[in-house]
Design a protein around this ligand. Structure first.
Ligand code: IMP
Length: 209
């Protein structure tokens, strides 16, 4: 089965490709998003809506199965923000550094530093069926960025089970082991394998959940 990966963000594409290849090596051939397929506006109200918008657009453009993810950082003291606004927290053209700076500014003096990353990944087939995976990692926001790995909010996010290190202080493999994206993709991979085993001669079909 061929799966087109629907992200133009090279940081995310690298993580998605590495994890999916590890989990699904024998099952799928990953195909990069073709040049010329434009960006899809993330206008959905939930991570699942946004992931689906991207996957559906790519299926329409290529006629092949596609996998797309959407991730949000949910900060408890901010009522779950920035959530679906994580990429644009500090404004439409915000850089990773702008977003981190804004996050640290709004949390200055805040004692409750709890936060979680959530990823929803949608694998959509040309016949309209889909399989969804979700991953959540709990953690906390540290007041001073640490580490040079990863991307986005990684330098200020310390996941549970990571020995007190930020994601940016981990190797890619260590991050994938614990991360929201790793969990969501392993969940998707397990469901894809399960559906493939149930219907070996056809495309996977599971109820959307
Ligand atoms: P996206 O909509 O899935 O591209 O993610 C929205 C924003 O969340 C990105 O622009 C990053 O700032 C942030 N983000 C997504 N995944 C991660 C991650 O694994 N670590 C840190 N930040 C992330």
């Amino acid at each position: 089965m061929r799966l087109v990966v629907a992200t133009a963000n090279p940081d995310k594409a690298a993580e998605l490709g590495a994890i999916l290849e590890e989990e699904l090596d024998d099952l799928v051939e990953l195909v990069a998003r073709p040049q010329g397929v434009g960006e899809v506006e993330e206008t959905g109200e939930s991570l699942e809506d946004n992931a689906r918008l991207k996957a559906v657009a790519l299926v329409a453009a290529t006629g092949e199965a596609a996998v797309a993810d959407d991730t949000g950082l949910e900060v408890v003291a901010l009522g779950g923000a920035p959530g679906t606004w994580s990429a644009r927290f500090a404004g439409e053209a915000a850089t990773y550094a702008d977003n981190v700076a804004k996050l640290l500014a709004v949390l200055e003096g805040e004692i409750d530093r709890r936060a979680r990353f959530r990823t929803v990944v949608v694998c959509r087939f040309p016949d309209g069926t889909e399989i969804i995976g979700e991953g959540v990692v709990e953690g906390e926001i540290v007041p001073v960025p640490r580490g040079f790995g990863g991307f986005g909010y990684d330098p200020v996010f310390v996941p549970e089970g990571g020995g007190g290190r930020t994601f940016a202080e981990m190797s890619p493999a260590e991050k994938h082991e614990l991360s929201h994206r790793g969990l969501a993709l392993r969940c998707l991979a397990a469901r894809l394998k399960q559906s493939k085993a149930a219907a070996p001669a056809s495309s996977p079909r599971l109820p959307t959940s």
